[in-house]
Design a protein around this ligand. Structure first.
Ligand code: NAI
Ligand code: UGA
Length: 430
């Protein structure tokens, strides 16, 4: 099929490269000319395992990129994978996606086919019907069902494992109003369904929008709950990871997302939980539990630092921050727990030296004035303390590197460093 993907960030690029790999002809549209040039020349514009290979194989051929929305006139399916950030009050900010939908509508006015426009971005229930369809109609001067159809197909991939998650999903969700839209999505995903046993959920547009928020809210809540339990464990001298291993054996709980520590960050949990809270409140419901989920998460970096305070006064001391990305496997630092951790250290008068295998340049834009090391060993050398914020595998292998510290205080926010003789080690929830 001919596919256009509007927006070529973490989701749009992964989606386009994977659809090209499944045999479709795909074009990414982005306003960023560097991203477009990268894809055209077969280079992945973001760091994602497996993406380099797919973009190298298909870029410039079955996978194209352009800044021109008019390419959508040739498409059977057009995905919208534009950002849906939150505003200062935590509400979803639909300005980018609405403007994109209107621009897409204008391009679709020239369309020969009746393409299916698929909302991939995460949007609060009602957004597609109340804002995106009207924007497409304004742009095209036509109505839904006449010039184009609309569906919602939320994305559940995780950064760091985006390609593998997309190609091996637990489920795909098709939200639509008409059989024709389900059929088109089915045809598009058919090569994937042939390879994997995937649950397909056919539902309405609002339900599909809500399923995405419910999924993220549930996962964020699960982590905050294990963090709350972990904080209590710590007070009793109990190892929260032993407790998590045991409760995870209960099928009703399950073993995933039970790693307690410095909390959840990233481009989605923080903004999506905030947007759901704001939308619920606007609708007249007070989401007390979700407020607490955010509250527990906000507290974890400060708890990490207060454990550090118990070991050492960091004022005037060099402190290594191991890990800057919001999780391992990505260079994304959006809402990384490293940010409040660095802020807290700077407030305490510490000299901060950060290290991350891939996210340093992104963090440099956020904190241009701290020092960045090119290896964990360099970061630790001469440091009075180290805090671990991201669960990169390489931190598990650190050993004699700690010997070069001025004082080997290590506070681990991710249960990744191997405690050993000679270091003053303490974990956040164990
Ligand atoms: N990052 C993730 O892991 C996931 C994100 N999502 C959702 O997917 C959507 C996109 O997220 P990301 O890919 O992370 O965003 P992103 O910020 O990585 O990428 C967005 C891209 O859109 C481009 N763009 C901005 N305005 C544009 C316009 N008017 N026309 C064309 N391109 C434009 C930007 O240059 C950028 O390349 C959001 O709604 C997000 O909540 C859903 C599941 C996973
Ligand atoms: O909507 C989105 O953007 C995506 O958000 C998350 O994916 P992502 O944020 O990429 O990464 P996760 O693996 O979920 O990790 C999120 C945060 O939770 C933290 N986490 C995760 C698991 C855990 O047990 N403990 C924990 O603290 C991670 O360190 C990270 O900071 C969801 O897992 C995806 O399903 C969803 O598509």
């Amino acid at each position: 099929m001919q596919v256009t993907v509007i927006g070529s960030g973490y989701v749009g690029t992964t989606l386009a490269a994977c659809l090209a790999d499944l045999g479709h002809d795909v074009t990414n549209v982005d306003i960023d000319e560097e991203i477009v040039a990268a894809i055209e020349s077969g280079v992945a514009p973001i760091h994602e395992a497996g993406l380099d290979e797919l973009v190298a194989e298909h870029g410039g051929e079955r996978l194209r990129a352009t800044t021109d929305y008019d390419v959508a006139t040739r498409a059977n399916v057009v995905f919208i994978a534009l950002p849906t950030p939150t505003d200062a009050e935590g509400r979803i900010d639909t300005s980018i996606i609405t403007a994109g939908a209107e621009q897409l509508g204008a391009a679709l006015a020239e369309s020969e086919e009746r393409p299916l426009v698929v909302v991939k971005s995460t949007v609060v229930p009602g957004t597609t019907e109340n804002e995106l369809i009207p924007a497409l109609e304004r742009g095209s001067g036509s109505t839904v069902g006449e010039a184009f159809d609309v569906a919602v197909n939320p994305e559940f991939l995780r950064e760091g494992t985006a390609v593998s998650d997309f190609l091996h999903p637990d489920k795909v969700v098709f939200g639509a109003q008409h059989a024709r839209a389900y059929e088109t999505l089915n045809e598009l995903y058919a090569p994937l369904f042939e390879r994997t046993d995937t649950a397909v959920v056919r539902t309405g547009i609002r339900e599909a929008e809500m399923i995405k928020y419910a999924n993220n809210a549930f996962l964020a809540s699960k982590i905050s709950l294990i963090n709350e339990l972990g904080n209590i464990c710590k007070e009793f001298g109990v190892d929260a990871y032993e407790v998590a291993d045991a409760i995870g054996l209960d099928d009703r709980i399950g073993p995933q997302f039970l790693r307690s520590g410095v909390g959840w960050g990233g481009s989605c949990f923080p903004k999506d939980v905030a947007a759901l809270i704001a939308a619920a409140r606007d609708a007249g419901y007070d989401p007390e539990l979700l407020d607490a989920v955010v509250g527990v998460n906000d507290r974890q970096p400060e708890r990490l630092l207060s454990i550090l305070d118990d070991h050492v006064d960091v004022n005037g001391e060099r402190v290594a921050v191991l890990g800057l990305a919001f999780k391992s496997g990505t260079d994304d630092i959006r809402s990384s727990r490293a940010i409040p951790t660095i802020e807290g250290l700077l407030e305490r008068g510490a000299t901060v030296v950060g290290y991350d295998p891939v996210a340093t340049e992104n963090m440099r834009a956020e904190f241009p004035d701290i020092e960045y090391a090119s290896s964990a060993a360099d970061a630790l050398s001469g440091a009075t303390a180290a805090v671990v914020v991201t669960d990169w595998d390489e931190f598990a292998a650190l050993d004699e590197e700690f010997d070069a510290m001025a004082r080997p205080v290590v506070v681990d926010g991710r249960r990744i460093v191997e405690p050993r003789a000679g270091i003053e080690y303490e974990g956040l929830t164990w």
